[in-house]
Design a binder for this molecule. Structure first.
Ligand SMILES: NC(=O)C1=CN([C@@H]2O[C@H](COP(=O)(O)OP(=O)(O)OC[C@H]3O[C@@H](n4cnc5c(N)ncnc54)[C@H](O)[C@@H]3O)[C@@H](O)[C@H]2O)C=CC1
Ligand SMILES: Nc1nc(=O)c2c([nH]1)NC[C@@H]1CN(c3ccc(C(=O)N[C@@H](CCC(=O)O)C(=O)O)cc3)CN21
Length: 294
């Protein structure tokens, strides 16, 4: 299924994200993780290309996307400009097509030290190449708090327009912890002529190790309320996990209540956390989607 049809059918789409395990030891558990995540019946699951700044060349993205499809859920495969020369890209696209994957999140990718400059410098250029080949629905990333390399929010929005012009059919936001950033951004994007559906990317923070990494990688600002929660519970893993789930739940219910077109949960390969959030938001989603829906 083409993901753009989903936004016609549903008021609020629900999706998950997973990343390929780094070590071979994680390979068996990722398939169990997929079993559990697919059982929650999200509208689609995306698979990153590398994880959190690691530029791996062949990293199971195609295999995992195929495994998600085999479990009855629509996959969205991430592809990056970094590490993609023309031949590698076309090879990956053939493999994705063979695996029945029809949707691609085209990204620039995190810069990796020592990586060579490829022929595609920005996400829109990668999108244009994929569109020229044909056969895929394209999705793009966007930044409620502005991309860290953009000179200012206006230029970042202009660059977002290029993704729309290159054929993206919907957008997924970088993670954020303050919904006001999302609402301000969505309003400015509409004024700038971006009319695509925007899914809000939410990451439940459930352990101390994640926090610093996420802030460095994603540049998300930490609201005082969230900072107080983190420092109060950081010594108690169970309390921090429950608080992180409660915080993400509150963000999502507020977004659904405000008419967001989709929620993308960065699951960090943790199905237990995803399940608890799904339970917490089920009635709100059923309410806007007319009940019974996933
Ligand atoms: N789920 C994921 O895997 C996500 C990954 N990211 C990461 O965020 C980073 C950026 O990715 P994208 O948004 O895809 O990159 P992008 O190429 O769209 O943007 C990167 C920077 O270049 C600027 N830019 C974009 N197009 C331009 C153009 N044509 N000319 C001049 N400047 C342009 C942007 O304003 C931004 O500052 C990557 O590190 C990516 O891996 C971000 C969100 C989600
Ligand atoms: N700049 C950027 N790059 C990304 O890859 C990315 C984003 N932003 N924003 C949204 C999600 C969040 N992603 C992430 C974020 C952190 C890790 C991370 O902490 N990875 C650990 C490995 C964890 C493990 O193997 O259990 C690491 O050490 O890199 C992974 C994916 C992928 N996405």
């Amino acid at each position: 299924m083409n993901l753009c049809d989903l936004f016609q059918q549903k008021k609020c789409v629900l999706s998950f994200e997973v990343f390929p395990p780094k070590k071979s030891s994680g390979v068996e558990s990722i398939y169990r993780t997929l079993d559990e995540l697919c059982a929650l019946k999200p509208d689609f699951i995306s698979v990153t290309f590398g994880a959190g700044g690691t530029g791996v060349k062949d990293n199971l993205t195609v295999e995992l996307a195929g495994a998600i499809r085999a479990r009855g859920v629509e996959p969205l495969a991430h592809l990056t400009c970094i590490n993609s020369d023309e031949e590698t890209l076309l090879g990956l696209l053939d493999r994705l097509e063979e695996a029945g994957v029809r949707n691609i999140l085209a990204l620039r990718g995190d810069r990796v030290e020592g990586a060579e400059e490829g022929p595609y410098r920005h996400a829109n250029e990668l999108m244009e190449r994929i569109a020229r080949r044909g056969g895929f629905n394209l999705v793009g990333a966007c930044y409620p708090e502005c991309h860290c390399e953009a000179p200012d929010p206006l230029h970042d929005l202009q660059n977002l327009r290029r993704k729309q012009e290159a054929g993206a059919t919907h957008l997924i936001t970088q993670l954020f912890f303050d919904n006001r950033c999302f609402y301000d951004f969505a309003e400015k994007a509409r004024i700038a002529g971006v009319h695509l559906p925007i899914e809000a990317g939410i990451m439940p923070i459930v352990n101390k190790r994640q926090i610093e990494r996420i802030v460095t990688l994603c540049g998300a600002s930490i609201p005082p309320k969230f900072a107080r929660m983190l420092s109060r519970f950081e010594g108690d893993p169970a309390a921090l996990r429950d608080a992180g789930i409660a915080y993400a739940t509150e963000q999502i219910i507020d977004l659904i209540g405000s008419g967001v077109e989709g929620i993308h949960i960065y699951t960090m390969n943790n199905p237990a956390v995803a399940r608890r959030i799904c339970e917490n938001i089920a009635t709100a989603l059923d309410c806007v989607n007319g009940g019974g829906a996933a």
